[in-house]
Design a protein around this ligand. Structure first.
Ligand code: LER
Ligand code: MN
Length: 277
């Protein structure tokens, strides 16, 4: 497994769940200095990334961009796939398509997180599903030929009321039936929504492509009561070998949070390695 950190540009809203808010090329350097393998860009627009500049920093540091995420498209711009207004749905799809083209430059995945949207008052879950799936298919039509994965992240009920747990994520991924559409569990949300880490991870194991981690209070791992021993044992049992990216609050300050997450995750990965020897 590799470890990553979610970051954003300096103008990201307070609602973005990122540690560093800085120029993205500087974020790459800051993550490299702390021993991360990768850096996730949480974006509003694909055009926020200066591709040649970031590629130079990636080449110099050996870091990767495993994922481009889009939560701010929902939280800052209120664009999402289940919106009743077709123009808003189209705008959300266009933003994600731009992010898919950007992701192809880096071999990254695209997290469609909260851009999935919500079930609107007075509307049925079936209506939300039908709009969501139509948008996912339009994105998949672009992503598939570029070899980019679209990752669906179940998000807890206090943020959205649609696709809250891993079983619901799996169900809609199977319904979409597109090879590029995969699951992205976030253990912060799982801790609220999934009855059992083991059952949820095991049922989803063939679809999991990327994972967000945080402690129970969304602070850096090790600063809450998330059952990390159990989670790491399960990930070993299901043979997960992808990224664990810390999506955490920048508290008590960004550098301390980023350092704690890197140290904790590296420590756990080493412990896991010792168990297999
Ligand atoms: C939001 O809580 C979250 O986990 C993000 O990764 C999705 O936008
Ligand atoms: Mn997340």
């Amino acid at each position: 497994m590799k470890i990553g950190l979610a970051v954003a540009t300096g103008d990201a809203l307070p609602s973005a769940f990122v540690v560093f808010r800085d120029d993205l090329d500087r974020c790459v350097d800051r993550c490299a200095a702390l021993g991360y393998d990768g850096v996730e860009f949480a974006l509003r627009y694909a055009s926020q990334v200066n591709i040649p500049l970031v590629k130079r920093r990636l080449a110099a540091t050996g870091l990767e961009v495993p994922c481009v995420s889009s939560g701010q498209v929902f939280s800052a711009d209120r664009l999402y796939f289940t919106h009743p207004d077709v123009a808003i749905r189209d705008a959300a799809v266009q933003r994600i398509i731009e992010m898919i083209r950007l992701a192809a430059e880096f071999g990254a995945k695209v997290n469609t997180g909260r851009v999935r949207g919500v079930i609107h008052e007075g509307e049925s879950p079936a209506t939300a599903r039908q709009r969501y799936l139509a948008c996912i298919h339009r994105c998949a039509d672009v992503a598939e030929p570029l070899g980019v994965e679209l990752i669906v992240e179940p998000v807890n009920r206090y943020e959205v009321n649609f696709i809250n747990n891993c079983a619901e994520g799996l169900e809609i991924i199977r319904e979409a039936g597109r090879s590029c559409v995969k699951l992205m569990p976030d253990i912060f949300h799982m801790n609220i929504e999934d009855a059992s880490f083991r059952l949820a991870f095991t049922a989803a194991k063939d679809y999991i492509s990327y994972i967000h981690v945080a402690d129970s209070n969304r602070l850096a791992p090790g600063w809450g009561h998330m059952p990390f021993d159990e989670v790491f044992d399960i990930l070993a049992d299901i043979g997960y070998n992808g990224y664990l990216t810390a999506e955490i609050l920048p508290k008590p300050d960004p550098d301390s949070a980023a350092r704690q997450a890197a140290q904790f995750l590296h420590g756990r990965l080493e412990k896991q390695l010792c168990k297999t020897l």
